[in-house]
Each structure stands twice: as structure tokens, then as C-alpha cells.
Design a protein around this ligand. Structure first.
Ligand SMILES: [Zn+2]
Length: 181
């Protein structure tokens, strides 16, 4: 089953996103639409992972961006509300990516604890407790499933906002739309 729709021409963008800030994001990033357009206000909110392998090709002032582990916005809701209420955005692009470090966090427990001990000067008990307390909150399971579940959750919370789940491929740096049907 193909969960992703590649965007290599404008007609690949789902019709519900055509001529919206979501469609524009895909045109700027994937289709080399000129970045010379001027924006005085943000057109959308982008939620994406903190991972260093990702860089979006978008004009200045185009978007609010919240970066968190796994594009998880559960602990950033005040900022989401602010972008909508004060910033005036009506669209959210939720961008997960392949090879995300927030998948299978339990497999990195030892390296996480050892890294905090060696580089931050923590003792082992404190580092272990920290991992056990927070890893379940930040584990995302599967990149695509997680972004879909976040999109559904946010649509319930903000029913008038358009929310588009996407995946960033860190191998070719392109965005794809996630199929929801
Ligand atoms: Zn990630």
C-alpha cells in the first residue's frame, strides 16, 4: 500500500490544498516556485521535527515553524493556539520524516544515558530516571502513523483549521503528501 503521494508537478497537489498556503509550501519546496514573493504576515504554521537533516525552501515571513522531536505538537499547544489566534494562520502543515530518532526510543536508552553522563555531567540514576520519565511522552512509534494521528487530534481541537500531514524524505529532501483514505 502506497501511503505517500510524491509532488513533482502542481497537479500532484491534492485539489483541497491547491491555491492554499499548503499548496504554496509544496510549490516552493518541491517545485522551485520563485521565493521572491513578499509576505508581511505568516500564511501558515509548520510543525516539523527538530532533526538537523531538514531544511525548507520557503520565502521570508511565509510561516511560523514549531520544531519538536517527531513533529509532536502535544506539548506545544499554546504556541499552536497563538499562531492561529494572534498570528492569523488557518492552515497547518504537519511534517514527519523518515529515519526519525523519536521512533523506537527504547532502543537508544543506553546511548542516551551514557551521553548525558559523559557530556552533561549527570549521574547514572538521574539520567536513567529522566529517560524513563520522558521517553514514553516523546516516542512516536511510526513516522507516518504518528503524523496522521496528530493531524486527527489537532482537527478535533481546531475544527476550522486545515491540517495537512506530510512526510519529508531526508534522502532526497522532498516533501510528499500522506494519503488519508
Ligand atoms: Zn525526527
Amino acid at each position: 500500500m502506497d501511503r505517500l503521494t510524491s509532488i513533482t508537478q502542481k497537479s500532484d497537489i491534492f485539489s483541497k490544498y491547491q491555491n492554499t498556503p499548503i499548496g504554496l509550501l509544496l510549490e516552493y519546496h518541491n517545485l522551485d516556485r520563485s521565493l521572491s514573493e513578499n509576505y508581511n504576515t505568516a500564511q501558515l504554521l509548520i510543525g516539523m521535527c527538530m532533526d538537523n537533516r531538514k531544511h525548507l525552501h520557503i520565502p521570508d515571513n511565509f510561516a511560523y515553524i514549531i520544531r519538536t522531536g517527531g513533529a509532536n505538537l502535544r506539548y506545544s499547544e499554546f504556541k499552536v493556539s497563538y499562531a492561529i489566534a494572534v498570528g492569523g494562520v488557518e492552515h497547518i502543515a504537519l511534517i514527519g520524516h523518515n529515519n526519525c530518532g523519536m521512533v523506537s526510543l527504547a532502543d537508544r536508552k543506553e546511548i542516551f544515558i551514557e551521553g548525558l553522563i559523559e557530556r552533561a555531567g549527570w549521574d547514572k540514576d538521574r539520567a536513567e530516571e529522566h529517560f524513563l520519565q520522558f521517553a514514553p511522552m516523546f516516542e512516536i512509534g511510526n513516522e507516518i502513523e504518528f503524523v496522521l494521528s496528530e493531524a486527527r487530534r489537532l482537527r478535533t481541537k481546531y475544527p476550522k483549521i486545515t491540517i495537512a500531514p506530510m512526510l519529508y524524505n531526508v534522502d532526497d529532501n522532498k516533501l510528499s503528501l500522506i494519503n488519508e483514505d
